[in-house]
Write a protein that binds this ligand. Structure first.
Ligand code: ATR
Length: 289
């Protein structure tokens, strides 16, 4: 059943700059429609973040996604920030709980769920929506994360809290060291990755993103050291890294899985309902194609 927009419609949205490329409105509106919820999700191109957050309070906007460049700057403007978001140092989700603005980071559990899928198709194994936690599927496994920026931080905390051992490899080794030390993880420069064997490799660098679709963050000869290779780049959907990983016999996880799962977690935080994963997945694939 499709709800009409009326005087009871709840408003959700995304704050970012730029924001017009965002796939989040397609995803969340599809989910609201599928569950017959009287809610809409809009994209707001926000440059004055403090006033935009005042607007959330003044208008009673129910929930928000926060994207680049506001994920860090939004934190002091909120009433409470979840422990994991504090550790990561970034918020990508706001829940308006009766006037109190609560901040979360669903990128880390999004990464965790995306990776869990590679090890099992059993949805029952997926972690709960309200925070990343120990995962029976991932616990005890090892991961190498390429990159040490904002995305790497969220992925690394997600995998670490799932019980994985993590190694951070980055072009600028000082940044790998800072993240590695914050996490209790080992670290190295990117060109030392070939000496490491692990269950999982995750690329969080933009290498391979269109238009540079033939670029690889590490040499293809190293991919045999990993069972699962995940890329957070989703344009193109199958990056050069994933193509080479498939050729090397690895299982692969494309960048849409983390995008999808972080949105699923947001939806669940906002509504308290189980998100319609298949509907959101179809909406996302429809938009990408
Ligand atoms: P995001 O928030 O998307 O993670 P970011 O914080 O700017 O973006 O981080 C980008 C990461 O990709 C960094 O780890 C960066 O490495 P440096 O710390 O050495 O800058 C990495 N990166 C970007 N371009 C890269 C390239 N061409 N080769 C290897 N690593 C690259």
């Amino acid at each position: 059943m499709v709800a009409l927009i009326d005087a009871h419609t709840q408003l959700f949205g995304i704050f970012g700059h730029p924001v017009r490329h965002s796939l989040s409105p397609i995803l969340h509106n599809a989910a609201f429609r599928a569950l017959g919820l009287n809610a809409v999700y809009l994209a707001f191109d926000v440059t004055d973040l403090p006033r935009a957050v005042q607007g959330v309070r003044a208008l009673g906007i129910s929930g928000l996604s926060i994207t680049i460049p506001h994920k860090e700057a939004v934190m002091p403007l909120l009433d409470q920030v979840d422990f994991q978001a504090l550790q990561i140092g970034a918020v990508n989700t706001i829940v308006n709980q009766e006037g109190r603005l609560l901040g979360y980071n669903t990128d880390c559990i999004g990464a965790q769920r995306a990776l869990e899928e590679a090890f099992t198709n059993d949805q029952a194994h997926l972690a709960k929506a309200n925070g990343a936690g120990p995962s029976s599927v991932l616990s005890g496994k090892s991961a190498v994360i390429l990159g040490a920026g904002g995305s790497a931080k969220a992925v690394a905390f997600g995998l670490k809290s799932a019980g994985m051992s993590v190694h951070v490899a980055n072009r600028t080794v000082e940044k790998a060291k800072a993240l590695g030390e914050a996490l209790g993880a080992t670290f190295s420069s990117l060109n030392e990755v070939c000496d490491i064997t692990a269950d999982v490799l995750v690329n969080t660098t933009p290498v391979g993103m269109a238009p540079d679709i033939y670029k690889m963050p590490i040499a293809s000869e190293c991919l045999k050291n990993f069972s699962v290779v995940m890329d957070i780049v989703y344009a193109p959907l199958v990056t050069a890294l994933l193509k080479e990983a498939e050729a090397a016999g690895c299982r692969t996880v494309n960048g849409l899985r983390m995008l999808l799962h972080q949105a699923v977690c947001q939806f669940e935080l906002w509504t308290g309902l189980q998100a319609p994963l298949n509907v959101m997945e179809s909406a996302l694939l429809g938009q990408i194609k």
